[in-house]
Design a protein around this ligand. Structure first.
Ligand code: SAH
Length: 491
């Protein structure tokens, strides 16, 4: 299946360009100082020139596709039907294209509401209208799932902003040695100072703002990756959207937190809604945010939130879906696809903190959850107790190995729900599903490309895809979630 199938928007009646916009920071990897048309510059074997192209479609990452000298360019920020000047740089066989100026904008183009959009890279679709974003994701799913039938219409979000219940801010100093906090610019360790990220929970950004203010008036220093000096590396905030509980995690380079009491007192005073604070120590030179050492500064060290009518405890490290509004739609659909009657044995594979399995347990005979992450399994067990669930068991281990052992013991399962990470499942797991012969498999995925690959395996081995439902869990980004229902074919 090609990623590069044309997904053209209808051609717009072209309006003249509103203004010459700079798509990126000066001298950054995007945009940059303009070079004269058709002028070719050369630097260390890299040739750079400006070309005029017309966009014919979108990739699955929302980049514009354009033909240039017999090659297919992928241009971030370019939309189907648009005519534009792009900066093409070529080194050997490697070609990179960046948008320089839109000559005729598409009607789907909108001004991105986020002022950091062109620098940040965290969102990739803010230059498209909401409708165009949905169409882009629908087209991606329709194309990938073509061998299995026609997917349903994507479930969108009414207010596609402020949705993230987890935010992550990195701290540093600017050239004037002032404290800054924000997100890394795409593919760099350069911090973009930001006051607000439009997909974060607004409360989380207010708290980050207070931490910045506190640092300006205290001796608390941000960590410097180059010198290894300083204290605060990142701040992670988790918000219980229903419960209103808030967790603040300071990720520091040292466990010695001078002025700890003052800090905790000041932040709680400014934000009484914070219910717990932790210090996580990460001394390693790594891009992984959280270290292994954790100390509770205040409160119980976890927050609880309600999802699909059940209460879940969330710790700093465990995985919890970041868009709870859309998660309820996704889980609702997944449970509907299981067609549970109260008798079945259900496997919840890659179960995280047990969310899907516990929701399913209300309609099943029993639920068996398996998950690799120890902390998540501990949370899942706690969560089943908290909700008075008596028919669910959770096990720590590799889902593939677990299923192989189950199949070898000749155990039975009526329904398998699987929700693997972006890399998808593996042959050990899928071949065991085929051996166990559950009547239904419900496959939840945050990466439809690996989902399509795994569906193909199951379809070749006796299953039929009955329904596919895309869900927009991550508005403004190209990511799309999808849930598929497979049924065992009658012999
Ligand atoms: N179903 C959960 C979590 C889905 S995310 C929810 O909706 O919240 C995918 C989960 O798979 C993560 O919790 C990750 O820790 C887990 N995982 C990754 N590789 C795994 C493996 N090989 N075996 C079991 N679980 C795995």
């Amino acid at each position: 299946m090609s990623k590069r199938k044309n997904k053209g928007f209808k051609k717009s009646k072209n309006k003249p360009n509103r203004s010459e916009k700079r798509y990126g920071k000066p001298n950054s990897s995007r945009g940059g100082p303009s070079k004269g048309k058709d002028k070719t510059a050369s630097h260390r074997g890299r040739k750079t020139l400006t070309a005029e192209v017309t966009c014919s479609g979108l990739t699955n990452e929302g980049k514009g596709i354009a033909e240039w000298k017999g090659q297919q360019l992928e241009v971030p920020l370019l939309l189907p039907g648009e005519k534009a000047e792009v900066t093409v740089s070529q080194k050997g066989r490697f070609v990179n294209a960046e948008l320089k100026r839109v000559v005729h904008p598409a009607k789907e183009r909108v001004d991105p509401p986020c002022p950091y959009y062109y620098e940040c890279g965290g969102c990739q679709l803010q230059h498209m209208s909401n409708q165009a974003q949905s169409r882009c994701k629908q087209d991606t799913i329709d194309e990938l799932m073509k061998p299995f039938g026609k997917p349903e219409t994507i479930l969108t979000m009414d207010h596609p902003y402020d949705y993230r219940n987890k935010s992550h801010t990195t701290f540093g100093l600017n050239q004037n040695r002032q404290v800054i906090g924000g997100l890394y610019a795409q593919n760099t360790h350069e911090i973009i100072p930001m006051d607000r990220c439009l997909i974060h929970d607004p409360k989380a950004d207010e708290i980050v703002q207070s931490i910045k203010d506190y640092m300006k008036n205290s001796k608390m220093q941000p960590y410097n990756e180059d010198t290894g000096r300083g204290f605060l590396r990142h701040v992670l905030i988790k918000v219980g959207k229903v419960s209103g509980e808030i967790m603040v995690v300071l990720v520091a380079a040292s466990s010695e937190f001078k002025g700890k009491n003052n800090f905790v007192k000041a932040l709680r005073k400014a934000h009484p809604e914070i219910t717990t604070m932790l210090l996580n120590v990460n001394k390693r030179d790594t891009s992984v945010v959280l270290g292994n050492q954790e100390k509770v500064l205040f409160g119980k060290g976890t927050i609880t939130d309600t999802l699909c009518g059940l209460k879940f405890e969330i710790s700093a490290k465990s995985f919890y879906q970041i868009n709870p509004v859309q998660t309820e739609k996704l889980y609702g659909k997944a449970i509907e696809m299981t067609e549970l009657t109260g008798e079945e044995t259900v496997i919840d594979a890659y179960c995280g903190i047990g969310t899907i399995g516990l929701v399913a347990s209300q309609k099943a005979g029993k639920v068996i959850g398996v998950e690799l992450n120890k902390d998540a399994v501990r949370d899942a067990i706690q969560n089943s107790k908290r909700n008075g669930v008596k028919n669910a068991r959770f096990y720590q281990g590799d889902a593939g190995e677990f299923m192989v052992e189950m199949a070898a013991r000749g155990e039975k399962a009526d329904v398998v729900i699987m929700d693997p990470p972006r890399s998808g499942s593996d042959e050990a797991f899928l071949s065991s599903v085929v051996k166990l012969q559950p009547k239904r498999v419900v496959y939840v995925s945050c990466n439809p490309e690996t989902q399509a690959r795994d569906l193909e395996y199951l379809v070749k081995n006796g299953y039929e895809v009955e329904e596919i439902q895309p869900v927009d869990m991550f508005p403004q980004t190209y990511h799309v979630e999808s849930v598929a229902k497979l049924v065992l074919k009658e012999n």
